[in-house]
Structures are given as C-alpha cells and as structure tokens.
Design a protein around this ligand. Structure first.
Ligand code: SF4
Length: 879
C-alpha cells in the first residue's frame, strides 16, 4: 500500500493507483474531461492538473501520474485554478454558447466548470466552429462544434464496445472526432458515446427537445430484453419515459448498455398497446369488455375445459420476460388452482434445453460464473455465441478482457463474427458441428494427459465411458467433420487445460439445430475434464435469450420441475408444496410447450393459457402452430399487444410492461435483481401478478399473496435456493442465489461437487442431419439480431429504423452462384412454406447457409421451420 497526503488528508491506496484515483479515495474532487474510470488513462485535456510538492515547478495531470509513497498533493492552489481557468477559456474560444437549446444543458461538464470557475469573460477571441451538424445518423446527433476533443466517445467505442465507428480525424487545429469519410454513423447504435460525452457534442435524438435533464425523475430498474440483466436509469417526465441512460456506479453493466436497452423503450407508450380486455363474440370478433367480464369468461372457460376433459388437457405457457414472482404465481395457478403440470415457457426449446443438459451432468440448471469472472478470465472460450448480437454487454466485457488485460479468446463459430478480430484461436467450423469439435477437444485433452485427474477421480463418474467414446474423435475425424485442423484443436486443448481462470460461454437465441441438451452435456464434459467446474473464477455461462430466462427455470415453469428444480414426481418434495399450497398437485410430469401444441392439434389439449407468448411468430412451423390454436376449445392470451397469436384467442387480457410494475428478474449469473416501477400503469391494464391472483380467486383458489414482496416471501420459504432473497436485502446489486456474499464468490458447483459426484455424459454428434437435400440446398439459420429481442422490440419504431426486417442474409459465393444482387427480391422456400424477402449479401456468412431473423411478423421465418426442430434446408429463387 502507498500512503500519501492530498489537500491535508491522509490516504492509503494500492500500488499502481494514479493521483486521481488516490484523490477519489480521499474524497477530494478533481475536475476532468478526458478521464473515465471505464477507460484507459488518456491525459489529453489537462483539466485534472494538480501540484505535487515533490515535483515543484510544474503541474502534473493527476489521471496519468502514478501515486508514490509520501507524495504531498494540492489540488486547488491558485496556480492550479489559473491553469484550469485558462483551459476553459481556450475551450470556449470556438465552442458555441448555445446552452439554452443544448440537450446536455444541466448536466454538461463544460457548463458546470465554467460556472464553478466563474468564467465571465474570455481573454481569447476567435470565430466559432462552423462544422456541419450530422442530423442524418439514426438515433444519435453529432454536433462537432460542441466537441472538447476529450476523445471519450472514440475510446469507449473502441475499448468497451469494440467497434471504433468514430475516431480522431485530421491533425493539429483541424482535429475533430468523426467517421471515415464523414459518413453517417453505421454502427451498433449502443449510444455509449452519447452516455459518456461530457458536453453536447453527441446527443440522443429521441430525447431532443423533449425535456430538460433536471425535469426528469430518475428510476433505476432492470432491462427487459436479454439475460445480462443491465441496470437502466429511466428518465421520466409526467407518465412517459423520455430517455434511458446507464449509471456507471451501479449494476452488473456499470453504465454500459446496448441499443435495445437504451433506445428500445418506445413500445411502452406505443399507441398499439391494448388498454382493455377483449372477448370473442358469437360472430368471432374480439370486442372490448370490462375486466369483470373478461376474468369471468376466462374462469368459466377454464372451468368448463377442466370439467369436460380433465385438467390434464389444459396447458399454460408463459414468457421468460415475466418477473420471478409472476412466473411463480402462474405455475402455482396452473398446478394448484387447475391441477395440471402442463406448464412451460418460451425458452422451452432452447435455453432450457441447454440447462437440462447441464442439470443432467451437474445437478443444477444454472451457471457458476458472473460477468466479473468473464472480465477477469485468463481464457474465454466462446461456443456457438455471437455475443455482440445476442448479449452485447457481455460482448463488451470480453472485448475489455482481451484488450485491457490480455485475456486469451477462443471463438468456435460457424461463421466469422465480430469477436474473431480479438481471438487468439479462431475455430471457424462447418455449421452444426460444435459437438464433434468439443469431442475432439476432449479427446486431445485425454490423449495428451492434460485433464484434471484430481477432480475427475474425486468428484465425477463416467470418465471411462467418456474416454471410450472420445477415442472415436481422432484429429483426422474431427477435421473431416468440422474442418478444424489438428494444430488448432491441440492449441485450444492446452489453453483450456493449462490456465487458471477459464470461462466457457454458450448463448441461446441462435438456434438452428435441436442439440442444445447434447451441446450442454458436451460443454459440461469439457469443463469437468479441465477442472473448471467448482474452481473460483472459472466455469460455464449459458446465456439465456430473455431477461428472466434463468428465473423462469428457477420458478418451475417446466412440466417436470417444481420451483427450485425439484422433481414433481418426488413425493416428499411434492408434499411440501402441497402442504404450503393447501391442495394436491399431479405427480405425473406434464407436457412441454411443443408437446402442448402437438396435443392441441391431435385433440389431447383443449385449452391453452398463453402469457406474453407469441407462438405464431416465434415458434417453429407457423402453419402447424395456427392449426393447433384453431383446434382449441378455449384460448386465453395475456399480452401488451394484440399479437398475431392473440387474434386466435377467446379472451385477451392486456398486461403491464416492465416499467409499470415491480418484481425481480434473475439474470444469467443467478443474480436476483429488483425491478422498480417507473410509470403509472396504462389505464385499462393490470399486472400479470394481479391477473393471476384475481383469476385464481374466481376459480375458488386463494393465492394469499398480493404483492411481489409477499410472493417472494413464499418463494423463500419453499425454495431453499431463494431462502436468502428478500426485498430488504436486494439493494442495487441484487443477490446471486447459491453464493455466499451475494455473489462475490460464485461457488455453486464448488459446493455441489463436494457433496455429490458430477457425471460425464458422453454425447455423439449427428452429421447425417446436416446433409442438404438436393432440392433444398441451403441450411437455414434463424435467431436474434443485435437490435431486437423476441418480437417485443419490433414495437419500438426506432429500433426498426436501425434494424429493419424483410431480408435474408446470403454469402457472397452463394449470391454469385444464384446471380443475386444486394437488395434483390427473392422467395425463400422450404418443405413447409415460402416467404418473400430481399437479399442481403454478407461476406461473413458461410457458403451454403442463409440467415433470417425470427423477430418480425412481416417476415415469418417460422413458416419455413419444422416443429421437430431438426435443421431446415431451403431453396432461393428470384422474386
Ligand atoms: Fe444489457 Fe441485454 Fe438490455 Fe442490452 S439488451 S442493455 S445487453 S440487458
């Protein structure tokens, strides 16, 4: 430790700290322009100069001068103030004084410092800058005239986001921050540059002239899109959100956001939001109804369905965007009030597939690492994960880990992705061959004797079977299947087994093949073999697609598992729930989401209750999905919008958005975080929690919980994993369940492995299913794109502006072979259907494959896909 004195205050700091960091630790304010704790020191603006007694005769920049033992520092002497004042005068020479119309007014560093230093006159005069303002870039306005050249926007774009869309252009007096050739921005539109700009050079176009910053009420809450679980600060005026910013002092994201989190909020105030329940009349039209009428109709419809065929013919599917409390009440309603285990959620065929595999190998369907572990890892192995598209803020952490701390990155992907630029090893394999590649790595680790013998012998079983199966995956065989050569397999095997802190990341939301469960088992095999499981700072991170993918599993929205991953057929477990719920629960596991749809078609499911689910757009095989919905006797849809699915409903119930309710989400780290209500609910809607409570009461079953706190108390009593979670302890950082110290140490599997043996489950790759059909030669990939999440984000027009639908991505080679040009209309046809799109040529797309995002109603890609989730092959012809 170093001891120094700053403005008469004694302070101790770690070796390597700068004077500025020491001042911060001592509680002494030093003004800055170009310094930000998320960025590398830059030392360009000189605003942070201080006097050091031991360095007499000059002022030193505190942000880039290391603190040394015994230093005596003065931060506010007349010389220091004079230097800062001169700097401000120089900045103001060319800076326009348009504060009255600048959106940064009230939170502008320049404005505040000019005020603090009482700069009423300027000794230096010259003409003001007259650079053209970029009004044309979507979402972000760039006014170079206001720029103070701190470079924070360019540095955050490179050091954190990894895009480098803007940078210093030209030299000397002509230096500006700009894009190449002054083009309009064509970037990820995360808005990180806007958030970090200390002045009004980069501003949020959505916020322009909407409100002054001091008029906004700030409410911190959790993003409702992906499972990273970023904390957002809503800027609210009246009953509307006018902007969203990141606060760098709180949350797992420490201020970072992606485009969805920052700009994707307009759906909340969309005029398309439903504001009244709807009931289907005898003419088959959905007409407005009161809540009383609608809830009565739902209660009687479900009761009739139960009476007619029995509860086992009713099913419920909820979204994994519901809060933990809502999911818990929904499954309780289905199990306790209706008496069925036919319950599942949207991730029923992707994320839960991954975690099912994980549970079978390790006993828990949950991850063992935090975002901080990723940031501090020696090696990060990314498998089937285009993080920059699906979980951008996790992608930022990977970018920072590699660029700042020299973490080594291994990218296993079927096409070139953004992360390849940073990779130590790029394993760009043939599509769908991840399992063969993982088996090849396992074979290499075993044959080179690189595996963790102690962990394998003391805490696992099934090693001999794994070894026997892996022997088939010789280097030649793996190269034949995957295209990856021996030297890369060997190098990866060594990196994974010879480093201390290793994180493996796998994300959902990029589905093509139904091998999620097997993929998870193969990843678990690799992690156990290399000793990552249970080792501090190492482990596996499966990244769910939606904000509460993990919580939805934790809360038991699954046909065979009660909350806390408890087996519904286990009598002892079931009886503890029955005792608490004062009713009996069926012992037979229910049907999964896809089985319910298949059952509806065949007549074994006659009523469905869909909450926040839009299967007509997001489930495979649209024609079959519609047929199933049409076959039902009774369908209830609860959502924010009248979705294409809601149009088939007998009753539609309008629900509140994430900004209009309270509750908790559990992110991919198992971190339970609090949602704070920012807005009064849209008139005419109810929260999902209220709806389940009222409906249950009408059906004669009292839930006895009406607030999120009460529901969480009940969860805590019944689910040991959530015993520590209560609202008074959640704070701004939340609590990571299953970890001591609220997640500072992530020892879920450490504890687990000391108690029970984990199992190696050998898995085989299935190359046969990847053989193209001669009539349908192109393998179809569908999944998420960076600007969207599910179909909800498409209700935010600004996201559609930067991420519009209507296209199919093709490789350059295929486009040439098919004689297609960018933007050309085509028909994409599979064995199941055909859709019309436009071609988007991308040289990173792998030859023989095409990609179509699944978010858009206007491009129903699931018209082409199959319910058996096997790979879909398509053909393309000119439109
Ligand atoms: Fe963070 Fe995900 Fe929301 Fe983006 S979408 S702000 S990465 S939680």
């Amino acid at each position: 430790m170093l001891s120094l004195t700053i403005d008469e205050r004694e302070v101790d700091v770690e070796e390597g700290a700068t004077i500025l960091e020491a001042a911060e630790a001592a509680g002494v304010y030093v003004p800055t322009f170009c310094y930000h704790k998320r960025l590398m020191p830059f030392g360009a603006c000189r605003m942070c100069v201080v006097e050091v007694e031991q360095m007499k005769g000059r002022l030193v920049p505190s942000c880039s001068t290391p603190a040394t033992n015994g230093m005596v520092i003065h931060t506010n002497t007349p010389d220091v103030r004079r230097a800062r004042k001169t700097l401000l005068e120089l900045l103001l020479v060319h800076h326009p004084l348009d504060c009255p119309v600048c959106d940064k007014g009230g939170e502008c560093k320049l404005q505040d410092l000019v005020y603090d230093y009482e700069l009423t006159e300027n000794r230096f005069q010259d003409s003001k800058f007259e650079y053209p303002v970029d009004y044309y870039s979507p979402l972000i306005e760039r006014n170079t005239n206001r720029c103070v050249l701190c470079g924070m926007c360019a540095r955050v774009c490179d050091e954190v986001v990894g895009v480098a869309a803007i940078s210093f252009v030209d030299r000397g007096f002509k230096t500006v921050i700009g894009t190449n050739f002054e083009r309009v921005l064509n970037c990820e539109f995360c808005g990180e540059c806007v958030n970090i700009c200390p002045v009004g050079a980069l501003t949020d176009k959505l916020f322009k002239y909407k409100a002054r910053s001091w008029e906004l009420k700030k409410v911190n809450t959790i993003c409702s899109y992906c499972s990273t679980g970023c904390t957002l600060t809503l800027g609210i005026k009246g009953n509307s959100i006018y902007r969203i910013i990141g606060d760098d002092t709180i949350g797992v994201n420490k201020g970072s956001l992606c485009a969805k989190g920052r700009f994707g909020y307009q759906y909340i105030t969309s005029p398309e939001r439903m504001n009244s329940p709807l009931i289907k009349n005898e003419a088959g039209e959905l007409v407005r109804a009161t809540w009383e009428e609608a809830l009565e109709r739902v209660a009687s419809g479900l009761a009739e369905a139960k009476e007619k065929r029995g509860a086992e013919h009713i099913g419920g599917i909820c979204s994994d965007r519901l809060t933990n409390e809502e999911v818990y009440l929904f499954q309780k309603f289905m199990r306790a009030a209706l008496g069925t285990n036919n319950i599942d959620h949207a991730g029923g065929f992707s994320y839960s597939g991954l975690l099912k595999g994980f549970k079978s190998s390790l006993g828990y369907a949950a991850n063992d690492i935090t975002l901080n572990d990723v940031r501090c890892a020696d090696v990060i192995f990314v498998v089937r994960s285009n993080l920059s598209e699906t979980h951008p803020v996790v992608g930022y952490q990977v970018n920072m880990a590699v660029k700042r701390d020299e973490s080594q990155l291994i990218v296993a992907s079927d096409k070139t992705i953004k992360l390849n630029k940073l990779a130590t090893v790029s394993l760009t394999h043939k599509p769908g061959t991840e399992i063969a590649l993982l088996n090849g790595l396992i074979q290499a680790i075993i044959s080179e004797n690189l595996y963790d013998k102690e962990l394998v012998s003391s805490s696992t079983e099934g090693f001999e079977q794994l070894k026997a199966k892996a022997a088939r995956y010789s280097f030649d065989y793996v190269e034949k299947i995957t295209g990856i050569k021996e030297d890369k397999v060997r190098e990866t095997a060594r990196l994974l087994s010879q480093n201390k802190r290793v994180c493996i990341l796998v994300s959902s939301g990029l589905g093509v093949i139904s091998d999620d469960e097997k993929l998870a088992q193969a990843v678990a095999n690799l992690a156990m073999l290399t000793g990552l499981v249970g080792r501090k700072g190492s482990g596996i991170g499966f990244l769910g697609e939606k904000c509460n993918s993990q919580g939805t599993l934790d809360m038991g929205a699954l046909p065979s598992l009660l909350p806390g991953f408890e087996d519904v057929s286990d009598e002892k477990v079931r009886s503890s729930f029955e005792e608490a719920w004062k009713t009996s629960i069926p012992s037979q596991p229910g049907k999964s989401a896809l089985e319910m749809f298949a059952g509806a078609e065949k007549g074994s499911i006659n009523a469905l209750y869909l909450v926040g689910e839009n299967p007509v757009v997001t489930y495979p095989d649209t024609a079959q999905t519609i047929k199933a919905l049409e076959s039902l006797d009774f369908l209830v849809v609860q959502d924010l919008f009248l979705t294409p699915t809601a149009k088939y409903a007998d009753v539609v119930l309008p629900a509140a958005s994430f900004a209009e309710k309270r509750g908790t989400y559990t992110n991919f780290e198992r971190r339970v975080q609090k949602l704070n209500c920012g807005l009064n609910r849209l008139e005419g809607v109810k929260t999902d929690l209220e709806i389940f409570g009222e409906l249950s009461l009408r059906m004669g079953y009292e839930m006895n919980t009406s607030t999120p706190e009460e529901v969480m108390r009940e969860i805590g009593m019944l689910v040991p994993l959530y015993a520590e979670v209560n609202y008074s302890r959640l704070g701004e950082e939340g609590i990571v369940w299953g970890s001591p110290n609220g997640g500072k140490e992530t020892t879920l599997y450490g504890e687990k492995l000391s108690r029970v043996k984990a199992r190696f489950i050998p898995v085989e790759s299935d190359e046969a299913m990847l053989e193209p059909d001669k009539d349908f030669p192109l393998l179809l990939f569908t999944g998420s794109i960076i600007f969207h999440s599910g179909s909800l984000s498409t209700k935010s027009p600004e996201l559609n502006q930067v991420g519009p639908g209507g296209w199919v991505v093709m490789s350059l080679e295929d486009a040439r072979d098919y004689q297609l040009t960018d933007g050309q209309p085509v028909f994409v046809r599979s064995k199941r259907g055909e859709i019309a799109l436009k071609v988007k040529i991308n040289k990173k797309q792998t030859k023989g494959t095409v990609f179509i995002p699944y978010h858009f109603e206007s491009q129903p890609v699931n018209t082409l896909t199959s319910k058996d989730l096997r790979p879909t092959f398509v053909e393309i012809r000119k439109g």
